[in-house]
Design a protein around this ligand. Structure first.
Ligand code: PLP
Length: 367
């Protein structure tokens, strides 16, 4: 059997280092807001190329904290709008609506599955205060054109970097390109913890200070609460484990790229559309998606060959029951992707022979 994402195998490669890290925290007896978190924040800020980093509970909280902080700073207000792709994981949108703001969906570009300048221009309204750039599947979607449009309109760029740790655009990493970025360290992400975890990176010192207070009950100084904050902290065990895995992130991403390159050059079935990747710096293959009108049949064929696959994501956000007020809107590219996308196994612990089996199985699929 070829699993989709065997987290035990992925983490077993770093077992002695991870055990040491966890033991260090248990022995020391400081479980929150200690040295490991402080050092991880420093190391991750250095890695992404930003001045500031705040660890928090998860990727959703990171997004929520950024938007909430902009509200505290008087930059966003209730009813303001944020442009967000229609084909993202729902957390991107929940962080907007839970803050009393409104999502304006943009249809992604068919070639890349990503939000682009045309989609943003079509979606823009006078109440749009920000664009949320989701680097979906691990692929950068920031561009200078988007940045200059946002500058002209006085709109913030919030990066959802949950899927793209380590991705590079013009020599800079995603997470350092916009005004603020949210990162998820959910175990299955490219930089995955041993449980939940997240972080916010930014170069904006005022935003950083606001988030520092907000994520710890609104207090920068113990028992002095300046803001009505929440409890969303990265714990010391997760921070210690993440420090280990951060050291291996580039090598892990390179292994993902090797497998993705093989898929792209060796899968030759006319029934499937593969991603077109002009620049391997700009893609860290959190997910390897292919698109086919025969998705369900291909999925069954692979299952019978012992290969597990997933679908990212089967229902676009505007068609979810919890967002039924958006249900009559139409985003044809997002809807087509939801109908045709299939994700192949692509992870750093995958062997060459397993990759070859996946290629052979996709190539032997006939309609
Ligand atoms: C995983 C993910 C999130 C949420 O991260 P959690 O840590 O699970 O809260 C947000 N956005 C995208 C695009 C994601 O893939």
């Amino acid at each position: 059997m070829i699993p989709y994402l065997p987290l035990n195998q992925i983490n077993a490669r770093y077992n002695p280092e991870l055990q040491d890290a966890v033991n260090r925290v248990i022995t020391k007896g400081i479980y929150l807001l200690g040295e490991e978190t402080r050092l991880f924040e420093e190391e991750y800020a250095l890695y992404t190329g930003t001045q500031y980093c705040t660890g928090c509970g998860n990727g959703y909280d990171a997004l929520w904290l950024i938007i909430r902080a902009y509200k505290e700073m008087g930059i966003f207000t209730d009813g303001d709008e944020i442009i967000v792709p229609a084909n993202t994981f729902i957390a991107s949108v929940l962080a907007i609506t839970h803050n009393g703001l409104k999502p304006v969906f943009a249809d992604p570009a068919p070639k890349t599955s990503l939000i682009d300048i045309e989609g943003i221009e079509k979606a823009i309204t006078p109440r749009c205060k920000a664009v949320m750039l989701v680097h979906l599947y691990g692929r950068n979607c920031y561009s200078e054109e988007i940045a200059s449009l946002c500058r002209q309109r006085g709109m913030k760029i919030i990066e959802d970097n949950a899927q793209a740790h380590g991705c590079i655009y013009n020599g800079k990493r995603t997470g350092s390109l916009g005004d603020a970025a949210a990162h998820s360290f959910y175990p299955g992400k490219n930089l995955g913890a041993l449980g939940d975890g997240g972080a916010i990176t930014t170069n904006d010192s005022a935003l950083h200070a606001t988030i520092q207070a907000l994520h710890n009950y609104g207090s920068a100084l113990k028992y002095h609460h300046t803001l009505e904050g929440v409890n969303s902290r990265l714990d010391e065990i997760q921070a210690a484990a993440l420090r280990v895995k951060l050291r291996h992130l580039d090598a892990d991403n390179n292994r993902r790229k090797e497998i993705a390159k093989r898929y792209i050059s060796e899968i030759s079935n006319e029934a499937v559309c593969l991603p077109i990747v002009p620049d391997y710096d700009g893609h860290v293959f959190h997910i390897f998606p292919l698109f086919t009108e025969h998705r369900d049949a291909l999925r069954l064929h692979l299952e019978e060959a012992g290969i597990k696959t997933l679908i990212h994501y089967p229902i676009p956000v505007h068609k979810q029951e919890c967002y039924k007020e958006h249900g009559t809107q139409s985003y044809p590219v997002a809807e087509q992707q939801a109908r045709t996308e299939l994700s192949l196994p692509c992870h750093p612990a995958m062997s060459d022979s397993d990759a070859a089996k996946v290629i052979e199985a996709v190539n032997s699929f006939h309609i």
